[in-house]
Each structure stands twice: as structure tokens, then as C-alpha cells.
Design a protein around this ligand. Structure first.
Ligand code: ADP
Ligand code: ZN
Length: 210
């Protein structure tokens, strides 16, 4: 089983690149943000617990996220490989993931300027049902407010509001940059220029992966 890990600030394009990798290579995409939002939609106890942390841009407690990822990995259907989007975000999560064996492991760090990332978050719309990602101008859904993929409601994410975005950047710098250094030390990290169109960024990633 091959493991790919996508790193980058909020708005760097992890989710979009994960979708493209999934489509092209057939690897499963595991997004902890999507898993958590699905728990909230279902109204589960885990979702209830996660909700307040997410809405104000903080991190959901490690022990909860680690357990949800464990359950996802156990379910199988990983098609020979998987791409992690949004996990690990803390050193404790990184240690937990390292304990899960994999045939190979590569981490990809999408580097974008903070100004560009903020512009993208302000233009971002997502599907509440399936997590598909849209852009107000560059990639609107075919029918306004309706997901092309599943027909679900397409809207801005609650945590893309300005105050939560500022908090997410602070949390990213404090908690996740050390995780990126952890993978750098393990010599599995590649840096990719995340500026430009989704297609041009994806081309850089595709070359790295194939
Ligand atoms: P982004 O990368 O754009 O911030 P995500 O969808 O990956 O968006 O995450 C949204 C929110 O979900 C985070 O701000 C955090 O509250 C929570 N979350 C997602 N993944 C994790 C994780 N690995 N550990 C803790 N919280 C997480
Ligand atoms: Zn959808």
C-alpha cells in the first residue's frame, strides 16, 4: 500500500489536488476535514464534539481524529494506495500514522503565499454532502448552489469566514509546520509550487507521483 500525504496551509489546494490524484491514479482519498464534516452532518456524538473546534478554526482533539482515521484505514478499499489530505496535522498524529505500515510513503508540501491562499478561501464553495470543491469565478457548479457530483447544496464553508481563517493560519504555523519538518527529516518530503491554476499545479504533482 502506497501512502501519499498532502501538506499545505489552508487554501493551498490539498483537497483539490487530492481529488485529481484520486481520479487519475485511482488511489483512495482520505480527508479528515471531510470525515469530520460528514460526522457533523450525521449528527453523531463525534460530530457534535468536533463541531465547535472546527467552526472557530481550531483543531479537533488528536485522540478523536486518530480514532476516525484508524476506522477509515481499517475499512479497506484503499485500492493499492491512499492520499491523506489534512492529516497528520500535529506531531502526535504523525507518530500515530508512522505506526501504520506502508509500502512507501511520500509527502508533498504545496507552497503558496498566504495572500493567495486567503483569496482562494474567500472564493471557495463546497458541497455539504460530498465535499466537492468549487470556486465562485473559476469553477462554479453548473447550476448555482447545486453540486455537479451529487446534487447536494453548494455554499461557503462556515470556517472560511475571516476570523476563523486567521485562526486556522495561526494553528497551521504553530502545530503543522513542525509536522512538515518531521517528514523533511525522514527524507520523504517534496516541495511543490502551489501557485497558479489547479491544472498547472496538478501537472507538477503528477510528474512527482508517476
Ligand atoms: P483546511 O485545510 O482548508 O483548513 P480541512 O477541511 O482540512 O480544511 O479542515 C477543516 C477543519 O477540520 C480544521 O480547521 C480542523 O478544525 C478540523 N480538522 C481537519 N483535519 C484535522 C486533523 N488532522 N486534526 C485536527 N483537526 C482537524
Ligand atoms: Zn456533492
Amino acid at each position: 500500500m502506497k501512502r501519499f500525504i498532502l501538506f499545505g496551509a489552508p487554501g493551498s489546494g490539498k483537497g483539490t489536488m487530492g481529488e485529481l490524484i484520486q481520479r487519475d491514479f485511482g488511489y483512495a482519498k482520505i480527508s479528515t476535514g471531510d470525515i469530520l464534516r460528514a460526522e457533523i452532518e450525521r449528527g453523531s456524538a463525534d460530530g457534535l464534539r468536533a463541531r465547535s473546534f472546527m467552526e472557530d478554526g481550531g483543531l479537533v482533539p488528536d485522540e478523536l481524529v486518530i480514532e476516525l482515521v484508524r476506522q477509515r484505514l481499517e475499512r479497506g478499499d484503499l485500492d493499492g494506495g491512499y492520499v491523506m489530505d489534512g492529516y497528520p496535522r500535529t506531531l502526535v498524529q504523525a507518530e500515530a500514522l508512522t505506526a501504520v505500515p506502508s509500502e512507501s510513503e511520500r509527502a508533498i508540501f504545496l507552497e503558496v503565499s498566504e495572500a493567495e491562499a486567503i483569496r482562494r478561501l474567500q472564493a471557495r464553495l463546497t458541497c455539504r454532502e460530498c465535499g466537492a470543491i468549487y470556486h465562485r469565478e473559476n469553477k462554479p457548479p453548473r447550476q448555482a448552489g447545486v453540486c455537479d457530483v451529487c446534487g447536494g447544496a453548494v455554499e461557503p464553508r462556515a470556517d472560511d469566514a475571516a476570523a476563523a481563517v486567521r485562526r486556522r493560519f495561526r494553528v497551521y504555523a504553530r502545530r503543522t509546520l513542525p509536522v512538515i519538518r518531521y517528514y523533511e527529516h525522514r527524507q520523504v518530503l517534496a516541495r511543490v509550487d502551489g501557485n497558479g491554476t489547479a491544472a498547472s499545479v496538478y501537472e507538477r504533482i503528477r510528474e512527482l507521483i508517476s
